[in-house]
Unconditional design. Sequence first.
Length: 395
Amino acid sequence: MNASSTPPTRTRPPGTLRIGEIGGIDVLVRSSWLVVAVLIAFVLQPTIEVIAPGLGALTFVAGLAFAVLLYLSVLLHEISHALVAKAFGYEVRSVTLNFLGGVTEIEGEPDTPGREFWIAVVGPLTSLAVGAASWGLSLLMPDTGLLLFAFRALALANIVVGVLNLLPGLPLDGGRVFRAAVWKATGSPYAGSVAAGYGGRAVAVLALAYPFVGGELLGFDITLLDYMIAFVVALFLWTGATQALVAARIRRGLPGLTARGLARRAIDVPRSTTVGQAIEQAREAGAGAIVVHGPTGTIDGIVDERAVLATPEARRPWVDVGALARTLSPGLALPVDLAGEALVRALQRTPSSEYLVVDGEHLYGVLVTADVDSAFSERVRAGGRQGDAGRQTHG
């Protein structure tokens, strides 16, 4: 909806560095990645000293080199998501490497279970392919040495990442695959999100239980680091699954939000009309909003309701209503048929208190952000009440 010829500047979180782009997609690195790289280097240092003794301080450099190699494979995983999403016509904002791996920022949600499936599954498949290729290359290496270790470790890491990412719970890729399957079977994206969200919570519990089961029942050599990693992974999975359940509840109420249904009736007056006259004309027409036009007759502003209410009644006969109008810039004119997530994204791209709603080239009304917020909150509350009732019925 933004007709501006200059794309908006995207702000990045503090500690984020842009290192380039692939296929027109920004590749970003969070500073937390450096912590992981250093940690990997320290963990691998004793093993590297055994494989290649006498390197001295270069063992740490070799560990850092492996960390970079590992995160390049993570980048391949994320870029595969991004490229498939772009192939389906979705805007991909960025790919970011961070403490826990990577994330691909795609605008909007897939509109079919098939697209959801392919965007999600390609990441784990890429990791498995990298793992298989790395193992194949290791077979060409000498029986000992750093290269053999590096390729076999890379193969193992990618196979583990690929398999674990296919577990059926959000926020893992497998959760989205599971969501697509339930969506396809039931016809309800909401049902798919709920099933995958609870699947994510189940996976989180399994992750937390791993060191206890591995140590007590299976006799694995479990260290304090294993417990710490299990806790961090479980917390990440539980938080992501919970956020997915909340988002599902929110999205359930979005389809009922339409520009047509929420727009206020508006009157169109010249900019030179006084505030008092404009209010009286709006009252007579039963309108809840005012727009203004200039000498050519083209609408070029939306009157700020808050500014009108803040104008003392004694001054309203002397103040031109055009002085209280916000200039109609790109992004402030919305088509009447805009609805759901598309409507919300349009409001997020160009924040304002009022928007012009047009039906073709004709004025339809004015959409007030406060009205959208109120309708959205009511739908979320209604959805929650329906969900509670459903749970009681099936109790």
